[in-house]
Design a protein around this ligand. Structure first.
Ligand SMILES: Nc1ncnc2c1ncn2[C@@H]1O[C@H](COP(=O)(O)OP(=O)(O)OP(=O)(O)O)[C@@H](O)[C@H]1O
Ligand SMILES: [Mg+2]
Length: 220
């Protein structure tokens, strides 16, 4: 799904988090967003999903201006077309791992068809479906969040530091899953990351500063 952000500004009272943020992500493109801690990367990603509000500018998903949709319409669009990996996971504590991963399918009324077990396997959590989140490590929880974001085959995946809690080997494997599961369906991927190794795999790398967004040129 194409994504367009035009002159976006976000403020809390007198404090401007960012302004003049513009970017485009084409269908099937993989774009990484980097920038200092606190510069507004998570905030921007939330705006892209219509999970947060902004003060100026527009966000257009698949040709649809999000500000023209009401809350229900935005929720429906997210549910069907968008996968979101939250920086803080947002795994539901009272559901086991398999139920957490299956949640997007349940909301859509789609059958599991073995997809949950297969997805758990893909992120290296095979056999852990019956565990509760409190019985998992931080890196395992992160992979639950990633499996849940991919299970309904979204055409746009927004991932906030999805490898932040993982060792380099597991991080590389999880990036393989994120990239293959989006590429094979022509889905777009927007990845917020502090990891140079993860950013290096993107088609383009964008740098967010308080003044706006710039394209980071590659060394090679
Ligand atoms: N509810 C709020 N009220 C006031 N300021 C807020 C609020 N939520 C976030 N902020 C501020 O907005 C800024 C952007 O936060 P955000 O979480 O988007 O940063 P980030 O770039 O994702 O950082 P990190 O790399 O550490 O995850 C921060 O300076 C934060 O303190
Ligand atoms: Mg963040």
């Amino acid at each position: 799904m194409s994504l367009m952000v035009r002159n976006l500004a976000k403020r809390y009272g007198d404090m401007t988090v960012f302004s003049n943020v513009s970017l485009e992500v084409a269908e099937g493109e993989f774009v990484a967003i980097v920038g200092e801690s606190g510069v507004g990367k998570s905030t921007l990603l939330n705006c892209m999903a219509g999970l947060d509000t902004w003060d100026e500018g527009s966000v257009i998903l698949g040709g649809q201006d999000l500000s023209l949709l009401d809350d229900d319409q935005r929720a429906l669009m997210r549910r069907r077309q968008v996968g979101f990996v939250f920086q803080a996971f947002h795994v539901l504590p009272h559901l086991d791992v398999a139920q957490n991963v299956a949640l997007p399918l349940m909301l859509l009324g789609e059958p599991d068809d073995g997809r949950v077990e297969q997805m758990l396997q893909a992120v290296g959590l095979q056999g852990l479906g019956a565990r509760l989140p409190q019985q998992l490590s931080g890196g395992q929880l992160q992979r639950v969040a990633i499996a849940r974001a991919l299970i309904h085959r979204p055409i746009l995946l927004l991932a906030d530091e999805p490898t932040g809690n993982l060792d380099p080997g597991t991080a590389a494997k999880v990036m393989d899953v994120l990239i293959s599961r989006t590429r094979e369906r022509g889905a777009s991927l927007v990845l917020v990351t502090h990891s140079e190794a993860a950013a290096a795999r993107a088609d383009r790398v964008l740098l967010l500063t308080s003044e706006g967004m710039t394209e980071r040129l590659r060394a090679h």
